[in-house]
Design a protein around this ligand. Structure first.
Ligand code: SIN
Length: 278
């Protein structure tokens, strides 16, 4: 495992996730610190920081050290700054954004490479986020399944999570576009993806955006896709992050899936998120 001089790196589970220490994310960070954070992200796929204070301008400045800011096509933010998404759940919400296993925004031609989620206000308990390692999800498939999937593409769409037909705005405070002009974004991606930095293969399907295999119907695709959706989040591929105010999770969206657990029905949960363009 890599050596770190500027930061501390403590794995939180066997498969994925590490807590980073020794860095104040809001500071102007030097290049060595940024490259160590990037290395920790590549090594551990999701990294966590505690006890941070991250005003939105510093959140965006930190994000820019890893790439361009991504503008989400669907959030109805009612704000001028389109580069920051606020994920809010209020008492009474019956749904939250991301409450199924997914990678973010995979219906885009070039999905974001990562996301940086900062906790403004979180419940005393509940509202954790799960992450799963998609290198392991791929590597633990049989040779026959790897061979089958290796040539396949899957079609991703945002039709389940945005637009008037999705019905999500009636259930939750984080609102998405639901105007009549909204059209789904649809894109096919290889089912097995080569990570551009590590060069390793990983599984690239998820239960929010992936609709069917290219050239096959949803019904024909469902048996294998459902198998993959179950397989990709096996407990031994995962870690679970318990939020506190000031916590940050920074995930590599190319080789992970995550799940926002909606298990605290009386509390407010308020998160500030940026995404890094792919
Ligand atoms: C997301 O899916 O990006 C949100 C994760 C969370 O709120 O925990």
């Amino acid at each position: 495992m890599a050596e770190y001089n500027r930061i501390t790196v403590e794995p939180v589970a066997g498969a994925i996730g590490a807590e980073i220490g020794g860095v104040n994310v809001a500071d102007e960070l030097d290049d060595t610190t940024v490259s160590e954070i990037r290395r920790a992200l590549l090594d551990h796929l999701v990294i966590f920081f505690r006890d941070q204070t991250l005003p939105v301008d510093r959140h965006k400045a930190f994000t820019r050290r890893f790439g361009n800011l991504f503008v989400h096509p669907n959030y109805q933010l009612g704000q001028e700054d389109k580069e920051t998404v606020y994920l809010l759940r209020k008492p009474g919400d019956t749904s939250v954004a991301g409450e199924r296993w997914h990678a973010d925004t995979t219906m885009m031609e070039t999905p974001p490479m990562g996301a940086i989620l900062y906790a403004l206000d979180v419940p005393d308990y509940g509202g954790d986020t799960l992450f799963a390692n998609q290198y392991l999800a791929y590597e633990t498939l049989s040779e026959g399944m790897k061979e089958l999937l290796g040539t396949m593409k899957a079609v991703h769409s945002d039709i389940r999570v945005a637009g008037p037909q999705s019905g999500v705005n009636a259930k939750r405070s984080s609102q998405v576009r639901s105007d009549a002009d909204w059209r789904p974004t649809v894109q096919a991606h290889p089912v097995v993806r080569l990570h551009p930095e590590s060069g390793r293969k990983c599984l690239f399907v998820n239960s929010i955006y992936t609709m069917h295999f290219e050239g096959m119907t949803e019904a024909e695709s469902a048996p294998i896709l459902n198998y993959l959706f179950d397989h990709q989040c096996r407990p031994e591929f995962t870690c679970r992050f318990r939020w506190k105010p000031g916590s940050i999770a920074f995930w590599d969206n190319r080789c992970t899936v995550h799940f926002a657990i909606h298990d605290n029905h009386d509390a407010v949960r308020h998160m500030q998120r940026t995404q890094i363009a792919g």
